[in-house]
Design a protein around this ligand. Structure first.
Ligand code: 0RA
Length: 629
């Protein structure tokens, strides 16, 4: 406990108070946000501590449950939080861990301590942001218990029984004074716990809510992780390429497999943290992958082409997991690894391991190389098609597509564009819009499924090139958020199954080729009403069956019910009032909380295997028509 010792008792007391008060005053600084994401971060914070015990070899089971009363319990069979007296603080070590900021981590030097980022802020942060916490520690033959409210102990540390086991059990109620939402979601926790079980092989993790119970356990770790992310795709070689090497106290673990698809699914982790923005480990890996493939092509005289790292992306499913003693996290969301020594280390290990693998498995090497050479050719064709569309559109109308009814406003922050299904609805939208700030782009029916098409097909598709040139921000690697001509891009389709399908197709395109636009919060879905309740000149609009029931049950009056099957059934004025007017309309902002979950959803919905799609739609039929990634 040496890092928490302060020379003066009084000083340390003040520090304790300041610490947790600061967390309650500015929670977002410690857990990122107070939205749903921040709420779930509380669970990860506790689980991370249990995982630390597992990484140090003291724990093999972690049970998480969402309880009926709204609390969450995390139980592990680690060593248990120490309970002995902390002399300088004159209180138990447990109380120090629970009430002192940053006191919760491990202090033995040979475990990987997470620093930076939002992880590893300590269990005291969970305590500070909970209206009630109960901790039970099994240790030294006894069962100890203490409770807290909003970070302050409300009971002594009591002994409530005897045991021969060890472990920690934490139950906490999130504080509704802090969080906008306090309801935990099974799916969100499931995704992270599955990920943790792949990243920490042979640790059993369970998640339970009422009768819903899932168990995650992986014997072979990230090999199974790659199988999981590739489960809806056809692979092009049988074996998953895997290596695991340690050098200079840094451990690199990689698993990869190519599939027949066109998108890259590469996820990287540093000390179990998903490095969404990549970093030196990813740069080193990609450089070495490119070199290993090119060297093999040259050595075996397979072709004269030299592949770029872009050519190696298509169909790649890979997990990179690295354990670094002192990671430096950089970037906007502190999820980019900065350690420069990692780049050459990842490069060297990857190059020698992959080259050896290709030598020993020439069939796999051939399959991968053929795929990448095809990608290179498709990229070349796409470049030509792109140049062609550019030239064509410049000749036509100052580079904006003819179908676009643009708005007068030139400031992107004040401009919006509606991407509308069908010419007739497009016509209504043009008449109903506010010409100053609202642009309309009608699309003809279904757009191309980008999940199933190679990049040259995508750039040859009319609807897609129209969207790209209307938005003005480029696409893929050339995407530039600052050039986006509208800060609200609104997908507007019928509120039926067909409309939902078209919405999904357009979303897939944005997700795969303009993801920064989604990350910036610029993408929306318009929510046209399902019903209109009409009496005389007055109409009440309902966006859900629930709302309709509410209104019709609470009203004695006689309304006539109108059901809107499509946008086309509304006249321009109705469309304006119900769906387009910023004063009254309902918009859904598209957010991607979890890239792995979103990826899974798109490959399942749009991918080439039929059976998983059928299963998915049967399980999630409601969510599919009411899409919220
Ligand atoms: C401080 C020191 C030690 C373990 C822990 C904290 C610890 C915290 C949590 C939170 C949830 N589960 C946990 N398990 C352990 C080291 C213990 C030792 O040296 O014996």
């Amino acid at each position: 406990m040496e890092n928490t010792q302060n020379s003066e008792y009084n000083a340390s007391q003040i520090k304790v108070l300041e610490g947790l008060e600061a967390v309650r005053k500015r929670p977002a600084m410690y857990i990122g946000s107070t939205s749903l994401r921040g709420l779930h971060h509380l669970v990860y914070e506790v689980v991370d501590n249990s995982i630390d015990e597992a990484m140090a070899g003291h724990c093999d089971t972690i049970n998480v449950s969402i309880n009926k009363d709204g609390s969450v319990t995390v139980i592990d069979n680690g060593r248990g939080i120490p309970v002995g007296l902390h002399k300088k603080q004159n209180k138990s070590a447990l109380e120090v861990v629970m009430t002192v900021l940053h006191a919760g981590g491990k202090f033995d030097k040979d475990t990987y301590k997470v620093s930076g980022g939002l992880h590893g802020v300590g269990i005291s942060v969970v305590n500070a942001l909970s209206k009630n916490v109960k901790v039970i520690v099994k240790r030294d033959g006894k069962i100890h218990q203490q409770e807290y409210e909003r970070g302050k102990p409300t009971s002594e540390l009591k002994i409530i029984g005897e045991t021969s086991e060890t472990g920690t059990e934490v139950t906490f109620f999130p504080d509704e004074e802090i969080f906008q939402e306090t309801e935990f979601q099974f799916d969100i926790l499931e995704s992270r716990l599955r990920e943790l079980s792949y990243l920490n092989k042979r640790v059993k993790i369970t998640l339970k809510q009422n009768e819903n119970e899932k168990e995650f356990f992986s014997e072979d770790g990230i090999i199974s992780f790659v199988k999981y992310i590739n489960k809806n795709s056809e692979s092009i070689h049988d074996d998953i390429i895997y290596f695991n090497k340690e050098k200079d106290n840094i451990e690199l673990e990689v698993a990869l497999q190519y599939n027949q698809g066109y998108v890259e699914k590469l996820y990287s982790f540093v000390n179990n943290i998903n490095t969404i923005e990549g970093g030196t480990h990813v740069i080193g890996f990609k450089a070495a992958l490119t070199r290993a493939v090119n060297d093999y092509i040259k050595k075996k005289k397979i072709s004269d082409v030299r592949l770029t790292k872009e050519d190696l992306k298509e169909g790649l499913a890979a997990i990179i997991s690295i354990k670094v003693p002192e990671p430096q996290f950089e970037g906007q969301t502190k999820t980019k690894l900065g350690n420069s020594e990692v780049k050459s280390l990842a490069d060297q290990i990857t190059k020698s391991q992959l080259s050896a693998y290709f030598e020993e498995n020439p069939k796999d090497a051939k399959a991968i190389i053929n795929k990448c050479i095809l990608s290179a050719k498709a990229r070349e064709a796409a470049r030509k098609a792109r140049d062609l569309t550019r030239r064509k559109s410049i000749l036509e109308s100052g580079s904006l597509p003819g179908k676009l009814a643009d708005c007068q406003e030139k400031d992107p922050a004040k401009s919006e564009i509606f991407i509308v299904e069908g010419d007739s609805a497009g016509g209504s939208a043009k008449q109903g819009r506010s010409r100053e700030t609202q642009a309309i782009l009608p699309l003809k029916g279904k757009i191309l499924n980008v999940e199933k098409a190679s990049i040259d097909k995508i750039f040859a598709n009319n609807e897609i090139t129209t969207i790209i040139s209307a938005l003005g921000c480029g696409v893929g690697e050339e995407f530039n958020l600052e050039k986006t001509r509208y800060h609200k891009v609104i997908i507007m389709t019928d509120a039926d199954v067909d409309g939902a399908h078209i919405t999904t197709l357009i979303l897939t395109f944005f997700y795969r080729y303009m993801k920064p636009l989604i990350d910036a919060g610029y993408l929306y879905i318009a929510m046209p009403p399902l019903y209109g309740l009409k009496k005389g000149k007055k109409i009440i609009y309902c966006h859900s069956e629930k709302k309709l029931k509410e209104i019709s049950e609470n009203s004695e009056e006689n309304y006539t019910l109108q059901r809107y099957k499509g946008l086309g059934e509304m006249d321009p004025e109705q469309l304006r009032v119900t769906t387009m007017d910023p004063e009254n309309r309902m918009l859904k902002q598209v957010t991607v909380e979890d890239a792995i979950l979103a990826d899974e959803m798109f490959t399942t919905l749009m991918g080439d295997k039929v059976e998983p799609r059928r299963e998915f739609i049967q399980t999630y039929a409601k969510e599919v028509t009411n899409l919220d990634i």
